[in-house]
Write a protein that binds this ligand. Structure first.
Ligand SMILES: [Mg+2]
Length: 243
């Protein structure tokens, strides 16, 4: 636990009343488990970059409402296998995807800074929600598996709401359910566009969790942190904005 988490614990915030967090690659180390699942099926992770590109393309279609989550998963896997030179039909793609998912689920795990951060948010008296783009049952199963089934005051899942990040409605729904105004809420996530800019444009304070810290440019009107242990200090800075 960092000094920020340790020394700020128990101190009340006033301007910020709620914190919303993304789940995958924010609290849950999804990339590592997905990569592990791929290795289990293919024997190595040489195709991991291709999987990431294919996955991002298909997730964008899901977020835009063009396709439901389960269909997206099957189509994504079929496209990935095609790129690998394996021609499979829908049924084979679905079976391969199920094996990949089973292998992935065995290694679902939290980042080390997730639980300390959630505990600190509670000790600071903040309301806490998760906002995530995924299917409801799938994401609830994942949270239960990593021990966060009861960690949030509200869980806002795109597959249940019918709209996905970065649509302002999903952020406004979370705020309304938490009983706070958007300007009283912070949203933290690993995707700069879906999470940080989406939240900013919905009137919340958007925070980009850039765990890789590669020095990518930071768009205006958002904050960036490289780990969840930096969140308490950021929240205190938001209490006293520069004049
Ligand atoms: Mg994410």
């Amino acid at each position: 636990m960092t000094s920020a988490l340790a020394t700020s614990s128990g101190t009340r915030l006033h301007r910020v009343r709620a914190v919303c967090l993304d789940i995958d690659d924010t609290l849950v180390d999804y990339c590592t488990s997905a990569r592990t699942g791929l290795v289990e099926l293919l024997g190595d992770d040489q195709s991991w970059p291709m999987w990431q590109r294919t996955s991002e393309r298909h997730h964008a279609r899901y977020a835009a409402g063009e396709v439901d989550f389960d269909t997206m998963r099957r189509q994504r896997t079929r496209a990935f296998l095609t790129d690998l030179g394996r021609q499979v039909d829908e049924e084979e793609a679905a079976a391969w995807e199920q094996r990949r998912l089973t292998a992935t689920e065995r290694t679902w795990t939290l980042f080390d800074d997730a639980v300390p951060c959630l505990r600190w948010l509670r000790s600071a008296g903040l309301r806490v929600a998760a906002i995530t783009n995924a299917a409801g049952a799938y994401q609830r199963r994942k949270l239960a598996a990593v021990g966060l089934g009861d960690a949030f005051d509200r869980l806002v899942i795109s597959g249940e709401l019918g709209v996905a990040k970065p649509d302002p409605l999903i952020f406004h729904t979370a705020c309304a359910e938490l009983g706070v105004r958007p300007e009283e809420a912070v949203h933290v996530g690993d995707k700069v566009t879906l999470d940080a800019l989406g939240a900013r444009d919905a009137g919340l304070h958007g925070v980009w969790l850039d765990r890789r810290s590669l020095g990518d440019p930071v768009p205006s009107g958002i904050s960036v942190i490289s780990g969840l242990a930096e969140l308490p200090d950021l929240l205190f800075r938001l209490e006293t904005p520069a004049s």
